[in-house]
Structure formats: C-alpha cells, structure tokens
Design a binder for this molecule. Structure first.
Ligand code: ATP
Length: 215
C-alpha cells in the first residue's frame, strides 16, 4: 500500500513552495495522499501571526480540487503544544498497515534533534526531506549518523517498509517563505503569484499580516 505523507508546518501562510514540494513528492514518490497538518501552538516559535482557524482556511482553499491533498486539523483540535511525534502516533493507530512519510524541508530536518522525542520518529514514520535553497544535507553529528544508518535513495524502500528510512528528494527550488510574504503584505505590497489567488483573497479579506513589521 502506498504511503500516507504528513506535511506539517505553521503555514502562516501556505505558499507555492509548500504546494509544489508536496505535489512533486506526491507524484514522484507515489504517495497515496499528502496530509497538510497546520500546527496549533508551535513549540519552537514565539507564536503565529494568523490564528489557527485562518491558517487552516488558507490551507483548505489552497489545496481545494487537488486529488491526493488532504487538510487535516488534528493538531489544532488537540490543543496545547503541537508535537509531531504525537501526530505520528495518532496516524500510526489509524493506518496500522500503511507506510507513513513525514515530509520536512532541509531546514526543518537540520533542527530535528531539538524536537520532542525525536529519536522515536523513525519508529513511526519515514522521513522524506525536500531540498531547500541554501541548505546542505548533514554529513557529521547525530543527523549525519542517522542519515548513514537510515538513508536510502530507493523510492521503493518507502513503500516496502512501514517506517524507519530517510529519503532526500530534490524538488524544484522555489525560494518563497511565509516570512517574506508576511513582510511583503505588511509593507503594502501584493503577494500575488507566490501563492494561489484563493489564499491571497483570504489574506486580503481578513487583513491579516498588515501590521507584522509594526509589532
Ligand atoms: P516561515 O518563513 O514562517 O518560517 P516557512 O515558509 O518556512 O515559514 P513553514 O510553514 O514553517 O513555512 O514550513 C513548513 C514546512 O515546509 C517545513 O518543513 C519547511 O522546511 C517547508 N518549506 C517551507 N517553504 C519551503 C520551500 N520554499 N520549499 C520547500 N520546502 C519548504
């Protein structure tokens, strides 16, 4: 059975860097689906700019109509800090016989060892890392060791094992970040073509991000 992929993030807001990465992986790695899971209370950051309801809405309108893309609000429902390990435990209970892949940008992968119970992640899922502009795969330290022990170039390994492998996948490099988009909107500029128009409409209607740089 093909893998269920988990794509977590603050999605504050979701943009084409997220969407194109998820789409290329859905196709190239033959995922059953990609679940976009906005985090509620990100433990690593000082909070979000758009509230969870609005971030969820932006994800829903962004993926609407795309087969294999699913918006999943379990971290928002759970409340409290959003720990990926708890989400993966949850999903493992729901999909006991399906392989699970956790999608991470290279920047997020490089911070993995600071995550809650990070050593257990590979007991519940594979890790699928997307190249991001300006970031390099680790070859030393705990992550270098993890990669040499669990790394695989074979897409089939993500299908035959339920969890436990790390695969680095080159995706089209789109140098877009939510931070840049928020700064652009706060400066009164138009974020058009960095994200689907439907997301831009939500930003415009809600007036979110207008005062980011003034805080
Ligand atoms: P911010 O600028 O607020 O930090 P972000 O653009 O990095 O946000 P997140 O919601 O924090 O977006 O990212 C969710 C996931 O998407 C992370 O694993 C991150 O590495 C990945 N990601 C974000 N932007 C891109 C991009 N342009 N290309 C590939 N992966 C990306």
């Amino acid at each position: 059975m093909s893998p269920v992929a988990v794509f977590g993030g603050t999605f504050d807001p979701v943009h084409y860097g997220h969407l194109r990465t998820a789409f290329e992986m859905l196709q190239a790695l033959r995922f059953h689906e990609v679940r976009f899971i906005p985090c509620g209370d990100p433990p690593h950051r000082g909070g979000t700019f758009a509230d969870s309801r609005l971030r969820m809405r932006m994800v829903e309108v962004a993926i609407s109509g795309q087969d294999g893309f699913v918006a999943d609000d379990r971290e928002l429902q759970r409340g409290g800090p959003s720990y990926s390990i708890e989400t993966l435990e949850d999903l493992r209970g729901e999909f006991p016989d399906r392989s699970i892949g956790l999608i991470l940008g290279m920047d997020a992968f490089l911070g993995l060892t600071s995550w809650h119970r990070w050593e257990e992640i590979l007991s519940f899922a594979h890790i699928v890392v997307a190249h991001r502009p300006g970031w390099k795969a680790p070859d030393i330290g705990a992550l270098g060791d993890l990669l040499s022990e669990h790394g695989t170039h074979r897409v089939d390994d993500l299908h035959t094992a339920l969890q436990g492998r790390i695969h680095i996948h080159a995706v089209t490099q789109l140098e877009i970040s939510s931070t840049e988009i928020r700064e652009l909107v706060a400066a009164g500029r138009d974020p058009r073509f960095l994200m689907p128009d439907a997301v831009r409409d939500v930003i415009e209607e809600s007036k979110v991000y207008m005062s980011t740089t003034n805080e």
